[in-house]
Design a protein around this ligand. Structure first.
Ligand SMILES: NC(=O)C1=CN([C@@H]2O[C@H](COP(=O)(O)OP(=O)(O)OC[C@H]3O[C@@H](n4cnc5c(N)ncnc54)[C@H](O)[C@@H]3O)[C@@H](O)[C@H]2O)C=CC1
Ligand SMILES: CC(C)(CO)C(=O)C(=O)O
Length: 300
């Protein structure tokens, strides 16, 4: 398989380096990371140890590939889609947080699959990514149901030794992951705590409120996500990732823009569509946006 990974940061570099164990992979990213990958390949350390040599470039040249995996931050999705619009792909797969596949599908010619990743990744330095936890990639048809392309992409990932499930209920799984992120990311970032702090009150109740609101909005959108499922999933992720600093907390630590618009902000936006009030998500989104504006990483 010829695989293009667009967005060679933490997750993209990990996914690309692991895929390169079985496929021809090209990473699209930025310097100095890309130059280091070209010179020395990628070192993967932590929960998975590997050294692979994917190709790497800072400019996607429009060439075709069997699969493109999109791993930019949610706010870079439309720019990524515009850059990719000239290429031909059998399938495109997003592993991003937030509900971004529709934005990709609107701009790309290729069929867009939905995906979630619970692998943990951290770019330690140029050319070196740490796998902070072996999770799973779940992927499937964006609208649900079976799709032979999803089966092929699933095999591509499994052939490279990546834990992968091909699922027929991606719309529910995407919203379930959104409920988990809505509960964990903003709260941990604003309180500057690891995910495990949400096992106890008051963080637990706050996170549960945000997840419950998300499930309510999901149901208004016609997605069968029960409060119970969303809250169970939240508790499981808090437990399994207790030592993690959430990606939003990492953004705040680094003083960079967060994915709040695609997480709590998306819950507020979809809630408004259905005249549903989601006060916890609204407050969390407003607080994070206020922090972003104060840091100068967002224009209000
Ligand atoms: N890091 C993790 O463990 C996980 C991340 N995710 C999700 O995956 C997505 C990516 O997250 P990270 O890898 O942590 O972010 P990141 O910021 O480390 O990586 C994104 C990379 O894309 C690059 N990029 C953006 N636009 C580009 C362009 N036009 N051309 C070339 N390169 C471009 C950036 O320079 C950056 O290096 C997010 O939606 C995140 O929520 C999901 C699960 C786990
Ligand atoms: C699952 C979780 C909450 C793990 O930290 C995550 O997706 C994130 O940090 O963005």
């Amino acid at each position: 398989m010829d695989v293009l990974v667009f967005g060679a940061g933490s997750l993209g570099t990990l996914a690309g380096a692991l895929l390169a164990r079985a496929h021809h992979v090209t990473l699209v990213g930025r310097d100095p990371h890309v130059s280091r990958v070209r010179e020395e390949g990628v070192r993967v350390s932590g929960a998975v140890e590997a050294r692979t040599t994917p190709a790497a470039t800072t400019e996607y040249d429009g060439s075709d590939a069997d699969l493109v995996v999109v791993t930019v931050k949610s706010f870079d999705t439309s720019a990524a889609a515009d850059a990719l619009a000239t290429g031909a792909f059998d399938a495109a797969l997003s592993l991003q947080n937030g509900l971004v596949e529709d934005e990709l599908a609107a701009r790309l010619d290729a069929p867009v699959l939905a995906g979630t990743a619970t692998y943990g990744a951290r770019l330690v330095e140029p050319g070196h990514v740490e796998c902070t936890g072996v999770g799973r990639v779940v992927l499937g048809a964006r609208g649900g149901g079976t799709d032979p392309r999803a089966e092929r992409v699933g095999k591509t990932f499994r052939d490279a030794g990546i834990e992968t499930l091909v699922a027929a209920d991606m719309p529910r799984r995407r919203w379930e992951k959104l409920a988990v992120n809505a509960g964990i990311n903003a709260v941990t970032a604003l309180a500057r705590v690891e995910n495990g702090a949400l096992a106890d009150d008051p963080g637990r109740t706050l996170a549960r409120r945000a997840a419950r609101e998300t499930a309510r909005v999901a149901r208004a959108e016609g997605i069968p996500l029960s409060n119970r499922r969303a809250l169970t999933s939240l508790a499981e992720v808090v437990d399994a990732t207790a030592a993690n600093r959430s990606s939003t907390l990492q953004d705040v630590d680094a003083g960079t823009r967060t994915e709040v618009d695609a997480i709590n902000g998306a819950v507020v936006e979809r809630g408004e569509k259905h005249r549903l009030d989601v006060p916890t998500n609204r407050t969390l989104a407003d607080l994070l946006r206020t922090w972003e504006a104060g840091r100068g990483v967002r224009e209000m």
